[in-house]
Design a protein around this ligand. Structure first.
Ligand SMILES: [Zn+2]
Ligand SMILES: [Zn+2]
Length: 259
């Protein structure tokens, strides 16, 4: 595996290690193209900032710190600066502006919450049998794909829907179809594999195989060691083979500064 564009930093307050350690570990694993994609900074209208994001007042420093290392390591590895960001219908334009203004190059989409997150949002990681929740999740991911702003969709299958399998299949297939139509890859998330989460969800990836959606891998590293997680790469490769996924390798970065 020569690329990984899904990496966090300590700034989101739930990851550890320095950027330098992540970079060194990536080089050790043979990664040639790497991207940092910490949780996008945002301040809600009442001043609230989510606990798990890069704080607004650290955003420029985040980009600058990575830029410095990018130059230092340029002979060994190509480093890019991005964010992992949700698609919140109410705040998308503003979040995109913030990401652009602080100098990020690319975005991956990760829909961690639904209903605009705050103040009345819902985590997409808790069990839900509500079809409304599922529909909202699918709407957000679909909108992100159509926006043309995202390099790929991280863990498109993170929603923990416990309702009818038929409804799940009918709704989630829409993401697979759009991914193919708009050529926006879906990420097999290696954090999900390494920590035994509800994703990768085989029901979802069977549909992705049928629809021939483009597929990429992402380490989703929250510590330096997992900036190259060899065991999970092997497991992800097995899934690709077993399910017949359309694995495309390195995704083409969409430069948000040119949008
Ligand atoms: Zn995520
Ligand atoms: Zn992540």
């Amino acid at each position: 595996m020569l690329y990984n564009f899904h990496t966090h930093t300590y700034r989101c307050s739930h990851a550890t290690g320095t950027e330098r350690e992540y970079i060194e570990r990536s080089i050790e694993g043979g990664i040639k193209y790497m991207g940092f994609s910490d949780h996008a900074p945002f301040r809600f209208p009442d001043g609230h900032e989510s606990y798990y994001r890069v704080p607004m007042d650290m955003a420029e420093e985040y980009v600058a710190a990575i830029g410095k290392l990018r130059d230092e390591y340029k002979d060994k590895i190509e480093i890019h600066t991005g964010f992992e960001m949700e698609y919140y219908p109410k705040y998308f334009d503003e979040m995109l502006e913030i990401a652009k203004n602080c100098g990020a190059e690319y975005l991956i989409m990760g829909q961690h919450f639904i209903y605009n997150e705050y103040p009345n949002g819902k985590s997409a990681f808790y069990d839900t049998d509500s079809t409304d929740d599922l529909n909202e999740f699918v709407f957000c991911v679909s909108s992100a794909i159509k926006s043309g702003c995202f390099t790929y969709i991280a863990h498109p299958d993170n929603i923990k829907y416990t309702g009818s399998k038929e409804i799940y299949a009918r709704e989630m297939r829409k993401i697979c179809v759009l991914s193919r139509e708009y050529n926006v890859p879906l990420e097999l998330n290696l954090l999900g594999i390494r920590s035994g989460r509800n994703y990768p969800n085989t029901d979802f990836w069977k549909m992705a195989a049928e629809e021939k959606s483009p597929v990429v891998f992402g380490m989703d590293a929250h510590d330096a060691y997992n900036a190259y997680d060899a065991d999970s790469v092997v497991k992800a490769e097995k899934l690709v083979e077993q399910l017949g996924l359309n694995y495309i390798g390195m995704p083409k970065l969409i430069d948000i500064q040119r949008l």
